[in-house]
Each structure stands twice: as C-alpha cells, then as structure tokens.
Design a protein around this ligand. Structure first.
Ligand SMILES: [Zn+2]
Length: 402
C-alpha cells in the first residue's frame, strides 16, 4: 500500500498532464478518467505487488510521453529509498540512455544513477559518473560531495583534499573543518610510516586552514612526546585543555604519561587545575587516585563527597562506594557490595561520547561521526550538575511533583 500512497500524487499529476496535452481538458479531480489508462495499468501492477511489470509499463509510457521524466525520477528515488538498488539502476539507466532529455534532466538522472551505484557498493562506476558530471558542469556540488563520500569511505585522504578544494570554490561552505581533518589523517598516515617531517607539514596545513583544529595540536603533542620532549608536550596539553575541554578525557592518558615522564611530582596539582576548570568523570577518577597516592584515603573521601554534592555522576558514586568498602568499612552498610555491581552495570551501559549533530553515542572518541559523517562533532559527555529539588525551575518542579 505504501506504493500506492506515494504514487497517487504522481498519478494525478500525470493524468492532468496527459489531459492538458491531449487537448481534451477533461476533469481529472474526481475520477482521473482523463489520465492515460496505461498509467493506471502500471498502478494496478503495483497494487498486485508486481513492481517489475509496473516499471515496464512506466518505461513504455516514458517513450510515448517525454514529459514523464519526473515520474521516473520519483520512481527511481522510491526504489533507492527502499534499498531496491537494482530497480533504481534500471530506471535511471533507461533515463540517461534517452536522447530527448534536457541537459538539466540528464544531469539529475546521472547523479541519481551515481547514488544507486554507491548504494550498490559499485564505487568505481559511481566515481566515474560523478567525475563526468563535474566535467560537464552538471549537479556539480552534489557530485563533488558524493565524490568526497566515496574517498572518505576508501580513506583516500589526498583525493578528499583535492575534491574538498574544488567544492570550496563552488559553494558557500568553507570546508575548513573537513580539510583540517584530512590533513590530520594524512599526518597520522605519515607517522605510521615514520615520515615525521611530512607529518609536521600536514599539521601546519591543518592549523593554517583551521586555527581551532584541536586534533592537529593533539598529534603535535604526541609527536613531542615520541620525540623525547615531554615538557613541550605538556605545554601543548595545557593549551589544548583550555581550547578544547570537550576532548580532555580523550587526551588524558597521554597527558598522564607526559606527567610520569616528567616525574610524578605535581601530577595532583596539574590534574586539580584542569579539574577545577573542566570537571569530567575520567578526570575525576584520575585525580581521586592521585589524591589518594599523595594525601591518603581521607582526603580522597572528602574530594569525592564534594564532587558528588555538585555532580549527578554514576562513575563518582561507584568510586566513592568502592573507596568506602576498601578503606572505610565502618561507613558501609549491608548491600553496598551489591550496589557497586548495579553501578558498574550502569556505568558500563552509559556512553562516554556523544555526537552534537545527530546524538550518536560511543564509548570511544571518533573524529568523524560513524552515523552522520560530521567531522569533529563527537564530544565527551559532561557530568550532569546536581540540582536540588528546591533549585529546580518551577516548570520542572511541577513535572516532578505530578
Ligand atoms: Zn553524528
């Protein structure tokens, strides 16, 4: 039935067009008697779940009536959305083979055929079509965006760069975030092959195109560490923590290694300063361990109690209970061990990162969202501030009391 609902507006439009062109000007709003009966034969096939025969009918109709291109494009899109790629390909191939198409119609049909090939995983064919469209100046921006999708899927970052550059001059979108990430991908690639100078050039290019590129500075800090200069790396991590606090949890392991290389002295203060500015569950865990090492369990208990008085955080609650059970058994109650298991389960189920574009949740940082494909949109989930019932705004209080 979904077919029928989607096609009824097209049927009405087609009927109207046929009526107009045939010169009969019959009324089509009540019974559609003015429409071409062949079209309804096609619809009938659809109702009887014989889409192949329906397509044949529509294709024959297209040969007779050059104005039904839109009908076929709609049908092709319908097949494409349903994942019936073979059928979408067949429709679009028939369309592009026609010599009567206008240049705009041909561009549109070629673009849709390219999308069909992409869905079918035939990237080579799709790439050729999109390149042809760019050369002919048809559907240029959409074709370039699709080419970028293909090169990203193939991790061909050089071609991503070239294509993004072409798109940049043809659209209003500056593309600097994407271009900076492509340079970072290339820098990572160079580092895997020990080409440090080339990696550095890519990082400079990334920062030139996007001065706010956190990732480029993170790679640079890692390079300083690997090059035996933890002091410079630490300077960069401090700088990064100020500029990109959302990425602090992701850079925390490297920052800790950096502190270790410089000697454990001052780790608690380093983490404490960062925590004051940007509290997060991973940082809270590391800081609580540093406090325990340097000042003992009582100071850690005070720190955790203070943290939980301001943040509704499962990770912090679990850490507090574990500390009580191991160091302050007199403060524990029957069933606390079981409670820790419940918290462990809940902590394991909650995401550490979330995409601010589509809401995709992840346990680890992805520079490109696997769901919506945005770059740099996945950020660490911040702990919820604890709001007492008295502090809730009136509307929320009302919701709670009902
Ligand atoms: Zn996303």
């Amino acid at each position: 039935m979904e077919w029928l609902f989607l096609l009824l507006p097209i049927a009405a439009a087609s009927g109207w067009l046929v009526a107009q062109r045939s010169g009969t000007h019959k009324r089509v709003d009540n019974s559609c008697h003015g429409a071409d009966p062949v079209f309804f034969r096609g619809l009938n096939y659809l109702l009887n779940e014989q889409p192949d025969k329906a397509i044949d009918v529509f294709l024959k109709l297209a040969e007779v009536d050059g104005e039904t291109v839109e009908t076929h494009l709609a049908l092709g899109a319908l097949f494409q959305r349903r994942g019936e790629v073979d059928r979408a390909i067949r429709i679009h191939q028939h369309l592009v083979a026609r010599e009567t198409l206008s240049s705009a119609q041909r561009g549109y049909a070629l673009y849709e055929l390219g999308r069909d090939y992409m869905l079918a995983g035939l990237f080579d064919r799709a790439e050729s079509l999109f390149q042809e469209l760019v050369e002919q100046g048809l559907q240029e921006r959409r074709a370039l965006r699709s080419l970028i999708e293909i090169y990203q899927a193939e991790k061909d970052w050089r071609r991503c760069l070239e294509t993004a550059d072409q798109l940049r001059w043809r659209s209003d979108r500056p593309m600097q975030t994407e271009i900076a990430h492509y340079h970072c991908e290339l820098a990572d690639e160079c580092l895997r092959h020990a080409r440090r100078d080339e990696a550095r050039t890519h990082l400079l290019d990334a920062q030139a195109v996007d001065p706010n590129c956190i990732r480029a500075t993170m790679i640079q800090a890692q390079m300083e560490m690997d090059g035996g200069d933890p002091a410079s790396a630490l300077m960069l991590y401090r700088h990064l923590a100020r500029r990109g606090p959302d990425y602090l949890p992701a850079m925390l392991p490297q920052l800790l290694r950096c502190c270790e290389r410089l000697g454990r002295k001052g780790v608690t203060k380093e983490l404490g300063d960062l925590f004051q500015a940007h509290p997060s569950p991973p940082l809270m865990l590391e800081l609580s361990q540093a406090i325990e090492r340097e000042y003992g369990p009582k100071a850690t208990l005070d720190f955790l109690n203070d943290y939980l008085s301001r943040h509704a955080d499962l990770v912090g609650a679990k850490r507090l209970l574990e500390l009580r059970l191991s160091r302050f058994p007199e403060q524990t109650a029957a069933g606390d061990a079981q409670l820790i298991e419940v918290l462990r389960h809940l902590v394991a189920a909650q995401p550490s990162y979330r995409c601010d574009q589509c809401g995709f949740e992840a346990r680890a940082l992805h520079w490109q969202c696997p769901s919506c494909k945005h770059w740099g949109s996945i950020k660490a989930v911040a702990p919820q501030p604890l709001v007492s019932p008295a502090g809730l705004p009136p509307s929320r209080t009302a919701t709670v009391t009902h």
